[in-house]
Design a protein around this ligand. Structure first.
Ligand code: NAD
Length: 317
């Protein structure tokens, strides 16, 4: 089964990402504790099943995710040019700082924690919490210098409200921002990213869509304590999860398959913390290549979630 996962091009970068990407925030123990041994086994399984893209941030677990991911990648020992790593800057346990000085220092700190010489994608993390004009005029130019210095290969921006992406992309020279990372906007609950895809394609910008399980809402174990969804959205998801469970269906697999179907999205970034989760999520993708998803259960789940369709939550200043 190795390397059977579909690879998809990421905008104009020339990178080819596995359609299932490895979200490493769980390695920072943000969804419950994860030992180093478990992290290494999970990353090893990801490589074995063809995943080549790993995403982290200094914010996840207050730098723990980067440290554990770095340790796991080193332990597994795959050559550095055979996988793609993205990390972020500007968001930290201590708060937000998108200044040129901070993000320039940030890359060196991240490279040390990740135990690597460069990252493939360096993203401004959750820019709706900063000044978008600072991102355009100060942060991105600082990241371009890091590109010239060979510490990063491509530049990205991430965040929740979709309007931030066009605001920035309309104001920077073409080719400056290579990638956007959107989360919780392309899945069974919320599909609003879809409207932005033609625009992003026209700009040659690669699209990473994260959190297909809406940060735990579409899982049997449920969302973590800190989840920002409204009680109404949480309750509707709980009902959908219970419905699937009763029917003997895996809601997480259904949600993965839903998100994976749109090929204008390069990779679906799902947070994983066990060998089993890697296996289920990769199987969701490989099975999809052979047969259709479970349309009937999907329609039933969509009906349950109808009252909360496209409901999101406030983010930013
Ligand atoms: P997610 O929707 O991927 O859900 C993760 C949760 O689901 C974890 O508890 C995980 O253990 C569990 N899970 C994974 N596969 C499962 C399966 N098959 N069955 C049952 N449970 C399963 O949310 P996420 O982790 O927040 O998002 C994915 C990744 O995307 C993150 O790790 C991060 O790398 C990235 N991300 C970035 C941003 C940003 O830049 N602003 C925001 C959100 C996510």
């Amino acid at each position: 089964m190795a390397n059977s996962l579909e690879l998809r091009s990421l905008g104009n970068t020339g990178l080819k990402l596995s359609c299932v990407g490895f979200g490493a925030s769980p390695l920072g123990s943000v969804f419950g504790p994860v030992s180093d041994e478990q992290a290494i086994a999970t990353v090893r399984e990801a490589f074995r099943l063809g995943i080549n893209f790993f995403d982290t941030s200094p914010f996840y677990g207050g730098t723990l995710s980067e440290k554990v991911l770095g340790k796991a990648l080193k332990a597994v020992g795959v050559p550095r040019n055979e996988y793609i790593v993205s990390t972020k800057c500007g968001r930290y346990k201590e708060g937000f700082d998108f200044s040129a000085e901070r993000v320039t220092k940030s890359i060196d700190e991240s490279l040390e924690r990740l135990q690597m010489e460069y990252v493939d994608i360096f993203q401004c993390h959750d820019i709706e919490f900063g000044s978008l004009d600072q991102i355009i005029n100060e942060t991105i130019p600082a990241l371009q210098k890091l590109k010239e210095a060979g510490k990063i290969r491509f530049i990205g921006i991430t965040g929740l409200p979709l309007g931030i992406f066009s605001y920035v992309l309309d104001r920077v020279p073409p080719g400056t921002v290579d990638v956007i990372l959107s989360y919780c906007h392309y899945g069974i609950i919320d599909t609003t990213l879809e409207d932005l895809l033609p625009y992003l394609k026209s700009k040659g910008v690669g699209v990473i869509s994260a959190s297909p399980l809406s940060m735990g809402l579409l899982t049997e174990s449920g969302p973590p304590e800190w989840h920002p969804a409204s009680p109404e959205l949480k309750a509707a998801c709980q009902a959908a999860v219970a419905f699937c469970k009763k029917k003997g269906k895996d809601i997480s697999k259904l949600a993965m398959q839903y998100s994976l179907c749109n090929k204008d999205i390069s990779t679906i970034l799902v947070g994983m913390r066990s060998v089993e989760q890697v296996q289920v999520n990769v199987a969701a993708a490989t099975e999809l290549a052979n047969c259709d998803k479970d349309q009937q259960t999907l329609a039933e789940v969509e009906e349950i979630l109808k009252p909360v369709k496209n409901q999101t939550w406030p983010s930013g200043i």
